[in-house]
Design a protein around this ligand. Sequence first.
Ligand SMILES: *[C@@H]1O[C@H](CO)[C@@H](O)[C@H](O)[C@H]1NC(C)=O
Ligand SMILES: *[C@@H]1O[C@H](CO)[C@@H](O)[C@H](O)[C@H]1NC(C)=O
Ligand SMILES: *[C@@H]1O[C@H](CO)[C@@H](O)[C@H](O)[C@H]1NC(C)=O
Ligand SMILES: *[C@@H]1O[C@H](CO)[C@@H](O)[C@H](O)[C@H]1NC(C)=O
Ligand SMILES: *[C@@H]1O[C@H](CO)[C@@H](O)[C@H](O)[C@H]1NC(C)=O
Length: 775
Amino acid sequence: MGTPGLIFSSALLLLLLAQPVLVVSATPPFACDPANPSTRNFGFCQTTLPIDKRVSDLISRLTLEEKIQQLDDQAPEIPRLGVPKYNWWSEALHGLSNGGHGMHFRGLTIPNATSFPQVILTAASFNPDLWYRIGQAIAVEARALYNAGQADGLTFWSPNVNIFRDPRWGRGQETPGEDPTTASKYAVSFVRGLQGDSPTGERSGQLMTSACCKHLTAYDLDSWNGSVRYTFDARVTAQDMEDTFQPPFRSCVEQGRATCVMCSYNRVNGVPTCADYNLLTKQAKNLWGLDGYISSDCGSVDMIYGASHYAKTPEEAVGYALKAGVDINCGKFMHQYAGSAIQKGNISESDIDRALFNAFSLRMKLGLFNGNPQKLPSGDISPSQVCSTEHKNLALQAAQDGIVLLKNTGNTLPLARTKVTSLGVIGPNANFPPSLMGNYNGPPCEVITPLEALQSSIKNTRFEAGCNIVACNVTKIPEAVQLASSVDYVIMFMGLDQDQEQEGLDRTDLVLPGMQQTLISKVAEAAKKPIILVLLSGGPLDITFAKNDPRIGAILWAGYPGEAGGSAISSIIFGDHNPGGKLPVTWYPQDFTKVPMTDMRMRADPATGYPGRTYRFYNGKPVYQFGYGLSYSSHSYEFAAGTATSIYLNNSLSPQATSNDPNTLSYDIASLGFNTCGELKISATVGVKNHGPMAGKHTVLLFSRWPSTEHGRPAKQLVGFQSVHLEAGESSKVEFSLSACEHLSRVMDDGRRVLDKGSHFLIVGDEEHEISIIA
Ligand SMILES: *[C@@H]1O[C@H](CO)[C@@H](O)[C@H](O)[C@H]1NC(C)=O
Ligand SMILES: *[C@@H]1O[C@H](CO)[C@@H](O)[C@H](O)[C@H]1NC(C)=O
Ligand SMILES: *[C@@H]1O[C@H](CO)[C@@H](O)[C@H](O)[C@H]1NC(C)=O
Ligand SMILES: *[C@@H]1O[C@H](CO)[C@@H](O)[C@H](O)[C@H]1NC(C)=O
Ligand SMILES: *[C@@H]1O[C@H](CO)[C@@H](O)[C@H](O)[C@H]1NC(C)=O
């Protein structure tokens, strides 16, 4: 504030506002200050008491009006109790974001945060250790902001672990892909890192931050052909629910110990998810054991009434949501209608108390009622730990490990710097920082575009965008062709951006936008040597033309690679890094767009021509399959000695023919029980050899399959993955420990899981290994 008496001219004021103002670190407002005699003796401030006692004490001191105000995400301060305001909504999908209300950057001590690759690219690394370390780095940066007084919340509504069911989904980029096993492992590792638990899930006390698994459930359509997420009713079978949609959420809560689940906008089988007691309370809270809170999506309680007319009155919507298990509402709806909902009898005060109990328990577990934040275990995390060299290197490593080499005819890549006398860089994604970021990004530490990174290696680099924008409705084909024909090598940066796919915007096509394909083909025709095509996109693309065009020598998919994306791409092009990423989604042909996005079925229906979805069920020919990705080296695999060949089930239960498949005897997993299942371990040892010429990390993907795909069995199913660094010519062994009940079981159409007696197969690359379940 200005010195009293000093009057700024409005011009000076404007000038001051235009400059970034550096504010000196301030201690954030905090509850239970030991120096404050009017609050320090409250029961809820006594750190020696158990948290449930402290929370009960706090709630007992609140008036009904105060309670109601605490149900929305922007919870106001309670001055008479010394409780500061709290913003529940912050985002940390791939780095701290300024989405939501809890994190503040502009003009402050810490103006930026490390921007990791968008999740779909990080998923392509198939590296849980990397996922953990990214979560951990984000948590450190979050605490640094909090300690500097720039955060009034530490609850992040990340990760997004919905299955990337349809390639057109605008938010598919936020997810770890189409595979339930990968999404589950991603959820567990990222959440453990973000919440400050150990890589194996031990918690030492205070939570670093709170993570939220969203959006429960079967939410993977934003806006397509007149269907919008707010009113869409996803019709999901019990079978698909059990073996596709729920596993990531279940793992996120059970193993990841996430402290929040968010319900989605859509309905599932008629019921808005935020009004579904069976889903939120019976399943997430009671069955999975969620120890935390359930948040609505922003406006989704309102929509139970307003958009979807499921409730007849706003009060009834409040009743549905609170009684279903929602604890925090994003928006102002609870504040507006919880009071009248009590009067109308749709809720009672005890429903509110239950919600507040979960909400305040979490704030306490974050250490926010333990007095001075500087005295907390995380109190010494300083601004210098944001955008640190370590975190920036991690952003680079994540991009390098995710990028997928899709084509490399005649070893077009890597390029030797010394042999490139002139380089032509063409494409709308070559030099536009936002195109590296994906959505839910924050203000990055520093951004190096692909063009800048290439220019720093090759002095004689010339650039031509070729298209006005990614939509590519205005081209400069003659200029691009002229450039291509006058340089040694051409690298094109094409693909998608947030104008093509984002929240609220699903695609209608899988081919490249506008005139991109024409531009690429003309450039490839004019270039002296086969060109290199780099695609930025979250969702998959039908680039069959490029796959088949011999004048396109190499293709890289780089997702949205984050702030270090330009450097990562350049390091791969010049062979400083050997690519090892693998596609986390199926790349479908354009004719897949005939399938209604609204058809939730995973399994194919040959009778009607429905092709099914994802590598597990799609019966068409993909452009590139799930798990595909080349290296600069070739690799071979073998199943080594020690891999199980049979599993004996000495169980009094005899296997039964099921309604799903009368010809096979199967064990009901629930009847086998936890202990028997615990004994049915399978060890698999896979030998892997790098045949050269380059060292690098290699990921081994292990699948299982059944003797047939009849009766809804997946074609195959990923059961494990591990990375190993190999020198050229080096061999190694990777060990997998699997569980028959978890990894060889299948789900029947009533949602029950069974283990088939008889043959099963493990698959790695082209190798197969048979395992028999014997009674
Ligand atoms: C850092 O963040 C500020 C806003 O907080 C933004 O204006 C600036 O552009 C960011 N830096 C980069 C490299 O994007
Ligand atoms: C909400 O209250 C109204 C009237 O008081 C009642 O008709 C309605 O059934 C209630 N709805 C729920 C879900 O309790
Ligand atoms: C190109 O597309 C953009 C974005 O859709 C649009 O605003 C613009 O008017 C189009 N330009 C032409 C020449 O069609
Ligand atoms: C889109 O909606 C229209 C009108 O409801 C329908 O006729 C058409 O078949 C839909 N498109 C697809 C691809 O399902
Ligand atoms: C189960 O039975 C088989 C064959 O009778 C036997 O070889 C195996 O050791 C038994 N396993 C256990 C765990 O008892």
